[in-house]
Design a protein around this ligand. Structure first.
Ligand code: FES
Length: 91
């Protein structure tokens, strides 16, 4: 996440705070990491960058997953205005 942000890429976060150790609770910061021809989803707030990988921070699939995560968070906490605002901004 820090590398992406330092290069002007915007990755949505909900549970990340730079003053705290990565918790990886919300999963909203998911990105695709390709390593040795295999692609997997990782939480960018806790993933350690290394050489030989490529990272996709935004595509149709990632957006759909992030939207589903927000919807699940809202289902769990229907009165959470911050989560509701995320969903409104998403659509
Ligand atoms: S910001 Fe919540 S898991 Fe990364």
């Amino acid at each position: 996440m820090q590398v992406a942000q330092a290069n002007g890429m915007d990755i949505p976060t909900f549970c990340h705070h730079e003053a705290l150790a990565p918790w990886s609770a919300c999963r909203l910061c998911l990105v695709e990491v390709n390593e040795d021809g295999r692609t997997r989803l990782v939480t960018s707030c806790s993933f350690q960058v290394k050489s030989g990988i490529s990272v996709t921070t935004e595509n149709k699939s990632i957006r759909a997953i992030r939207k589903m995560i927000i919807e699940l968070l809202l289902a769990r906490c229907p009165n959470a205005q911050a989560v509701r605002q995320w969903l409104i901004n998403w659509e």
